[in-house]
Every structure is written in C-alpha cells, then in structure tokens.
Design a protein around this ligand. Structure first.
Ligand SMILES: Cc1cc2nc3c(=O)[nH]c(=O)nc-3n(C[C@H](O)[C@H](O)[C@H](O)COP(=O)(O)O)c2cc1C
Length: 279
C-alpha cells in the first residue's frame, strides 16, 4: 500500500510527532508500506487569488497549478492519505486552509471517489475536533470515500511527548484507517454528501457546451456516467439514495437555471492577464 502524509502544519512539531507514530503503526501492520511526504511549508503555495479560473476553465488554469498538481497527483497515487494539521484559531492552519481553497473547484467536480483519509489534528486545548471536522468536510466534498479523524491535545507548544494514552489512541485510529484501506472496500456515500453532489449535478447542466454561459462544470456534468447516476459509478448506491439523488438533481437543475453564476472579475481584483478573465 502507498500512503501520502500531507503535513499542513507550519513546522515539524507536535502534529508531526503524531503523524510519525501513525506512520510507525502502518509499518507494523504492513512492512511493505511505502510513504510519500508533502510538507506545505516547503511547497510554498501562494494564496488563492480568487480568480475563479479553476471553476470556469479548469484547474490547469490556476496561476499556481504547478504546485497544486503536485498535491493532486500525490492524492491520485496514494491508497491512503494522512492529512495532519495543528489547530490554529479553532481551525486548520492557514497554510492548509489555503491548499483546500485551491481545491474548492473540486467541490463542483469531485474526483477522489475511492480515496480514504486519516485526518490528524493536534491542539493546545480547544478546537482540535472542529479543525479535523473542517478538513474532513472538504475531503469528503471533493469525493473522498471515507475520512477517519484523530485529534489530540498536546498542552505544549514545543515539548509534546505522547504518553501511553495518546499512543493507544493513535494506534486505534491508525488501525481503523489501515484496515479500511487494506480491505479495498468502497462505502456508500452519506446523505450529506449525496445532496450537494446532486445539486451540483443538476446545476451543472445549465453550463454545458452550447448554453449561454459554458464552463468546465457543464462539460463535467453532461458526461453520460454522471448524467445517469446519483453518484460516481465506482461507488455503490441504495435504491433510496438513487431516488434522493434524483430529487436533488431536479431541484438543482430547476433552481440553477434561474440564477446563472458568471464569475465576472475585474483586472484590479485578480491581477491576471485579461485573456484569463474575459467573462
Ligand atoms: C497561531 C496559533 C494558533 C493556535 N490556536 C489554537 C487554538 O485555537 N486552540 C488551541 O487549543 N490551541 C491553539 N494553538 C496551539 C497549537 O494548536 C498546538 O500547540 C499544536 O500542537 C501545535 O502543533 P505544531 O507543533 O505541529 O505546530 C495555536 C497555536 C498557534 C501558533
């Protein structure tokens, strides 16, 4: 199995210690496990400038695509993904939030349907759970099949030393994640994922080629495998889920028609060459 460890912390501190123990546990379970590391502090991804090229034209039109594609390729190439972050102001670090901002277009056009994640947050005292929930929310929204969460209170800025209780919690969470990744099992999506997916599916057809305001969303959602099914073809669905998805598809299509999003931007706002912001 191949694992990616994405370190969203600004340094290799408390959070990295926890991620390191998770990695050790994965190696205990599978001596042949292979790891790739991405440290966001080294990736140096500039802030998302809000040009919306990714939504309208495609991710490859992001001015920071060369850096973003490194992470997306690593997601594609891993069986299991560990996303680790310190808790800053009750959320993930700004650095990780910035990466997730760059992935927002994938909420419109999800793609990582068979991927599974373990989200690890460390926290001084308060907010680690909400930070983990925030990260997992985005990962599930861009398609991830399952996200396990682990949040540990470090009560220290620098000298965190995981005790037996924390080691046991790390082992437990890592084992659950490992078993799921190794099983290759694909889970049914939750209703909270199915609803936005199908609203986007319905809204998306209003942007298809040949409509007044064509975008990448339109191209993505009119693909026959997406048009005909309430979730990706790799993922199982119950009959009820198919019906619920169908209802929200119709709602998205109907109400989406009434308010077309145009992403009009001015040069002063984006600072990008005019050919990229001509709509
Ligand atoms: C800018 C900043 C904001 C923080 N915000 C919180 C917070 O909201 N709640 C909390 O309990 N701890 C907070 N902390 C403490 C860290 O979450 C905690 O020390 C964490 O283990 C640091 O992880 P790291 O060593 O990987 O950077 C904050 C620390 C910093 C530097």
């Amino acid at each position: 199995m191949k694992y990616l460890i994405l370190n969203g912390s600004t340094r290799r501190g408390n959070t990295w210690k926890i991620a390191g123990l998770a990695r050790e546990r994965l190696l205990e379970r599978d001596a042949a496990a292979v790891f790739e590391e991405i440290h966001l502090s080294e990736l140096q991804l500039p802030f998302c400038i809000g040009c919306s090229n990714c939504f309208r034209l495609g991710g490859q039109y992001c001015p920071h695509w060369e850096k973003l594609i490194r992470v997306l390729n690593a997601f594609d190439g891993a069986d299991g993904i560990i996303v680790a972050s310190a808790t800053f102001n009750l959320r993930e670090t700004g650095m990780l939030k910035n990466l997730l901002d760059h992935m927002c277009y994938l909420l419109h056009r999800p793609r990582f349907f068979t991927r599974k994640a373990l989200v690890i947050t460390s926290v001084g005292g308060v907010g680690g759970g909400s930070a983990a929930k925030s990260i997992a929310g985005t990962l599930l929204g861009i398609g991830f099949n399952r996200c396990y969460r682990l949040s540990l209170g470090t009560a220290s800025w620098n000298a965190y030393a995981p005790g037996e209780k924390h080691k046991s919690r790390i082992k437990k969470a890592t084992d659950r994640f490992y078993k799921d990744v190794a099983s290759g099992k694909i889970h049914y999506p939750s209703t909270s994922i199915l609803i936005p997916y199908n609203l986007f599916r319905g809204m998306g057809v209003n942007y298809a080629p040949g409509t007044e305001y064509e975008t990448e969303d339109g191209i993505y959602w009119i693909e026959p495998r997406r048009q005909k099914r309430a979730y990706d073809t790799d993922i199982p669905l119950t009959i009820i889920q198919k019906a619920v998805g169908g209802i929200f598809y119709v709602l998205g299509k109907t109400f989406g028609k009434r308010s077309i999003v145009t992403y009009k931007k001015s040069l002063e706002i984006t600072g990008l060459p005019s050919e990229r912001i001509d709509m």
